[in-house]
Design a protein around this ligand. Structure first.
Ligand code: GDP
Ligand code: MG
Length: 297
């Protein structure tokens, strides 16, 4: 059933009070233009967030640096509400001034922290809207051998500020063997360059075996190789989100075709609360400490 995402399990993860209030979650996508960011976001959240998007003409593209495109939607499943914000950063890598494109991403993250910090020290602390970026999906192109210098540079700007989750874009362009090799090389580069990715928490020892197995498979799939699509196809009487090729159909949600389902389950169901916790306890705390030390100087 493709209308079912799975966040109804969220109440298990937190206090009932926050369930009543609803969840606020912000996801940012970063990466070069044309890697399928908007398409993937669409596929993840089943709604055509980007329907009205106007493709800028060449002139406009040349003049523009990276601009932020923010969309918010309320999704509800079995009485559990999530206010989901997706922050798209189109055009990265196309901008003439590359320097500006990472600044836009970093500034956006900082700005949300600053707003939260201001609100937190204000009078109405109970009803603060949390617009902090809880996760950043970093898109790596499928056609390289590993990360490029510009990927490494941008990741270094981001990794202390946000939960970085690396994804291999357009994984349907690669064979299974190529995916495995690229994953290995990317992990290697990340390690060698001291980049701090979002660290998936240890699985509780009292979880059942099925959950533990799922957790192992999730961790073994990092960095997730994803495929996105905006088309619903009918295959053998079943409607699927897929990509039609002359030789066959790539089914976005088929775990044999890509890690899309793992990524969605992780974001929306199993790890949303942890992503929020790490944002609060690590990234925001870093920011707060900096603010406070600046004030006291
Ligand atoms: P963005 O600039 O990163 O937001 O990329 P878009 O989502 O606009 O997609 C750019 C192009 O790539 C479109 O023609 C999409 O149909 C195509 N595309 C998106 N996702 C995939 C994918 O997973 N595989 C393949 N092969 N093409 C994709
Ligand atoms: Mg886009």
């Amino acid at each position: 059933n493709r209308d079912y995402i799975g966040f109804a399990t969220l109440p298990d993860q937190v206090h009932r009070k926050s369930v009543k209030k609803g969840f606020e979650f912000t996801l940012m996508v970063v990466g070069e233009s044309g890697l399928g960011k908007s398409t993937l976001i669409n596929s993840l959240f089943l709604e055509d967030l980007y329907k009205n998007r106007v493709v800028p003409d060449v002139n406009e593209k040349l003049q523009k640096t990276t601009t932020i495109d923010k969309k918010t939607m309320e999704i509800e499943e079995k009485g559990v509400k999530v206010r989901l914000t997706v922050v798209d950063t189109p055009g990265f890598g196309e901008a003439i001034n590359c320097e500006d494109s990472w600044k836009v991403c970093v500034n956006y993250i900082d700005e949300q922290f600053r707003q939260y910090f201001t609100d937190e020290s204000g009078l109405n602390r109970r009803n603060i809207q949390d617009n902090r970026v809880h996760c950043c999906l970093y898109f790596v192109p499928p056609w390289g051998h590993s990360l490029r210098q510009m990927d490494l540079d941008l990741m270094k700007r981001l990794h202390r500020k946000v939960n970085l989750v690396v994804v291999i874009a357009k994984a349907d362009c690669l064979t299974s063997l190529e995916v495995a090799t690229l994953k290995k090389n990317i992990l290697n580069d990340i390690k060698e360059n001291g980049i701090q990715m979002y660290e998936f928490p240890e699985c509780d020892s009292d979880e059942d075996e099925e959950f533990k197995q799922q957790d192992r498979e999730l961790k073994a799939s990092i960095p997730f190789a994803v495929v996105g699509s905006n088309s619903i196809l009918e295959v053998a009487g079943r409607k699927i989100r897929g990509r039609q090729y002359p030789w066959g159909v790539v089914d976005v949600e088929n775990p044999k075709h890509s890690d899309f389902l793992k990524l969605r389950t992780m974001l929306i169901s199993t790890h949303m609360q942890d992503l929020k916790d790490v944002t609060e306890d690590v990234h925001y705390e870093n920011f707060r400490a900096q603010c406070i030390s600046q004030i006291s100087q």
